[in-house]
Design a protein around this ligand. Structure first.
Ligand code: ZN
Length: 341
């Protein structure tokens, strides 16, 4: 009853990568880097456990970026041919690799990560993989030249990968789709179709994460243009509620999302963002509890997962872990009020 989880990423220790930035360069290489990544995953797991998080992740410690970390293992994606393109409908620019040939998974991407994490925690384990639409939106494409077709090809690769991870003991597969808050017509047109193809036949719990992005300047500026109420979710949640996806992760804390849109997800598990990742101000447990209570009017307690709004990779480490502890403590307050301890 009101379990806790996080969206996925946590800040990396400075002995692993340059802190407080996206696409941070690694601080080591070769075997030393591989060992440091494993150590960072273990730390991230134990920090989550200590904060009272029920469904934990590897903190995405082993990947440089949530999209490109996956693409590095896909044949047909040329990282030598990077191009600066506008992504998320030109909200910001990024140096993106180019699809130059048919795509194929070169080798398992996350098997070692899941094996390591599974052996190191008894908690339920979640792994995040970028969703097909968000992948397509973070790439240059000289080959398929059709976003839906390319997304469906990526869905097949994700599905292949996911089946192996479930066999290794993964409990929850989450597909990250921040693009679902940008191209709402395409979400209904082919985005959900691609996610359903990616999760087809999986025996684990499946989730999709949809947010307003990390707390970086481009996103904060964009949010200023969205008006007094953010109603993007309203356009996609009815279709998500009809889909085969088990859980939907979304942003509430500190946002202008009208909390009643959560009721559009009836029948789904809802991972409610009750911790804001766009500010360094650490929530008090009582503030977290207050956001949970407001959302509980629209989501039943047995379907309610208290979570962060988005990944925390760009935050300072002490801030991120203080926010985790507030999340755990805030959920405990509400559970106690409801008579569940
Ligand atoms: Zn997010």
């Amino acid at each position: 009853m009101i379990q806790t989880t996080i969206v996925g990423s946590l800040p990396k220790p400075r002995w692993l990568a340059k802190p407080e930035m996206l696409w941070a360069p690694w601080a080591l290489d070769g075997d030393a880097l591989a060992e440091a990544k494993r150590d960072a995953v273990k730390l991230a797991l134990k920090e989550q456990e200590a904060a009272g998080i029920d469904i934990v992740t590897d903190g995405e410690q082993a990947r440089q970026h949530f999209v490109h970390g996956f693409l590095e293992h896909v044949e047909g994606v040329d990282f030598a041919k990077k191009r600066r393109i506008g992504i998320r409908a030109d909200r910001y620019e990024a140096d993106c690799p180019t699809v130059t040939a048919p795509i194929r998974r070169r080798r398992p991407v996350h098997s070692d990560d899941v094996r390591l994490a599974r052996a190191f925690t008894g908690k339920k384990l979640k792994l995040t993989i970028p969703g097909p639409m968000t992948i397509v939106d973070t790439l240059a494409d000289d080959y398929y030249k059709d976003r839906r077709r390319l997304a469906l090809e990526f869905a097949k690769i994700i599905n292949e990968e996911a089946r192996e991870l479930v066999a290794l003991g993964l409990d929850v597969l989450q597909l990250d789709e921040p693009a679902f808050n940008v191209y709402m017509d395409d979400v209904v047109g082919w985005g959900i179709e691609a996610v359903e193809m990616a999760i087809a036949g999986l025996s684990c719990t499946t989730a999709v994460h949809i947010c307003y992005g990390y707390g970086i300047k481009a996103n904060l500026d964009w949010k200023q243009t969205l008006g007094s109420e953010w109603r993007q979710y309203e356009q996609t949640f009815p279709a998500l509620a009809r889909s085969r996806i088990g859980q939907v992760s979304l942003e509430v804390a500190g946002s202008r999302v009208p909390v009643e849109v959560l009721s559009l997800l009836r029948g789904k598990d809802v991972l409610v963002g009750v911790v804001d990742v766009a500010t360094d101000a650490v929530e008090t447990p009582e503030a977290v509890a207050k956001t949970i209570r407001a959302a509980l009017a629209h989501v039943s307690a047995d379907r309610f997962y208290a979570s962060t709004n988005c990944g925390m990779v760009p935050l300072a480490r002490d801030v991120a872990y203080a926010k985790l502890r507030a999340l755990g403590a805030g959920a405990a307050i509400v559970r106690a009020e409801l008579g569940h301890t």
